[in-house]
Design a protein around this ligand. Structure first.
Ligand code: PMP
Ligand code: GLU
Length: 405
């Protein structure tokens, strides 16, 4: 029995130093409460509330019937990688060939692959805050050091070129960010990306990881990738996937587009860890990309409507400050005015983690504290839920916050 010993002394330092994913933890707590019969509204996990499009599901059924059930090439089937190359050309006007594409078990694995591929112990990874929960933990796993650049609601959660320049040191190896952003929904414009690219031109040893998983959920403009700037393109690694655009979170299908050398290194790593991802998901992915964006655009219409709905309801809650996000399906309102207040049992709300737990236990709405995204003054709400659930969730949040004194 292991249990008579202190478990911390048995596990690796790597695991002892790793935090649990807050998005997944809050989702688990929400599910546990719901299993006890409580009517919980989950705004915690970021996943479309739509089903995978029919034509994609049909492609998966056909893949099974056609016996696509064996190991696939480690970086993905060539025709899936070709479909990704075609998509990058048609939608983003970016030139790649299939040797530059590595398909993985979700964008999450791609992010982890890239970090493990590039980071030596002590290397610095520059991350604008707020950032998606897993970024800094993946850097910790690789024994790198996260260097944060703070952005707040006042700057629409965007960093400036001057801030970027100031964060760079001789140890900087990688810059990683998402646009549209999780958790804020912020979208960098072409001009803003060009200004950041100018800084990277001066620092040829820094790689840029551009997480574009929310590319299709953009309410203001067409998607802009930082890979469009030729002067830095060979150092940009695009991470993307099928989870959000095609409501395929459970299928686990993501990819990178990068220089041949970085792609080959990711292929080598994946060959010693997971091998090629699920053969059936890959066949379905080809059809998703080949059949275009009609279903995504339908989803986007619903998200646009809900964004306005939640914005109006949030603005109506005293003590909550919000902006209108330009993409993804999250709000990241400022809630620090509630810190220091007490719940009905006299417990003090000390920060965003406490507030998220309070909203779950008292309001029965699952959210995620901003502390896990690098800024404790906020909480994250996903609006990938039905209009009725959103109205009810915001009513409950307002009521629960109103009870704090
Ligand atoms: N990057 C960001 C910013 C995300 O929000 C997510 C959502 N899980 C991922 C990557 C990972 O997506 P996937 O489901 O493809 O692993
Ligand atoms: N990206 C989603 C989120 O931020 C999925 C959950 C996760 O993988 O952490 O909620």
């Amino acid at each position: 029995m292991l249990l008579h010993r202190n478990i911390m002394s048995i596990l690796s330092d790597r695991i002892n130093n790793l935090s649990e994913s807050a998005t997944l933890k809050m989702t688990k707590l929400g599910r546990e409460l719901a299993a006890k019969g409580v009517n919980v509204i989950s705004l915690s996990v970021g996943e479309p509330d739509f089903n995978t499009p029919e034509h994609v599901k049909e492609a998966a059924k056909k893949a099974l019937d056609d016996n696509f059930t064996r190991y696939s090439p480690v970086p993905g089937y060539p025709d899936l990688r070709q479909a990704i190359v075609n998509k990058l050309k048609q939608e983003n006007n970016l030139d790649y060939d299939i040797s530059q594409i590595v398909v993985s078990t979700g964008a999450k694995q791609s992010l982890s692959n890239v970090i493990l591929t590039l980071i030596n112990p002590g290397d610095e990874v520059i991350i604008p805050t707020p950032y998606w929960v897993s970024y800094s933990e993946m850097v910790t796993l690789a024994e790198g050091k996260s260097v944060f650049i703070d952005a707040s609601i006042e700057s629409d959660f965007k960093i400036t070129p001057a801030q970027l320049e100031a964060a760079i040191t001789p140890k900087s190896k990688l810059f990683m960010f998402s646009s549209p952003n999780n958790p804020t929904g912020t979208v960098y414009s072409k001009d803003e990306l060009a200004a950041l690219a100018k800084v990277f031109e001066k620092h040829p040893n820094i790689f840029i990881l551009s997480d574009e998983i929310y590319e299709h959920i953009n309410f203001v403009d067409q998607h802009e990738s930082i890979a469009q700037f030729e002067s830095i393109k060979d150092r940009v690694i695009i991470v993307n996937g099928f989870s959000k655009a095609f409501a395929m979170t459970g299928w686990r299908l993501g990819y990178i587009a990068a220089s041949k050398e970085i792609a080959a290194a990711n292929d080598k790593l994946q060959g010693q860890t997971t091998s090629g991802t699920c053969s059936i998901a890959q066949r379905a992915g080809i059809v998703a990309y080949e059949q275009g964006l009609a279903t995504v655009n339908e989803m986007k219409k619903a998200f646009a409507r809900r964004r306005q709905l939640v914005y109006d309801l949030l603005k109506d809650i005293p003590g909550v400050k919000t902006n209108l996000p330009e993409g993804a399906f999250y709000f990241f309102p400022e809630v620090s005015s509630f810190f220091g207040k007490k719940d009905a049992d006299g417990n003090v709300i000390k920060g965003s983690g406490d507030l998220a737990l309070y909203l779950l236990n008292v309001g029965h709405v699952a959210t995620v504290g901003g502390d896990s995204f690098g800024n404790d003054n906020y909480i994250r709400l996903s609006y990938a839920a039905s209009d009725e659930s959103l109205v009810e969730a915001l009513r409950r949040i307002k009521e629960a916050l109103g009870k704090l004194s």
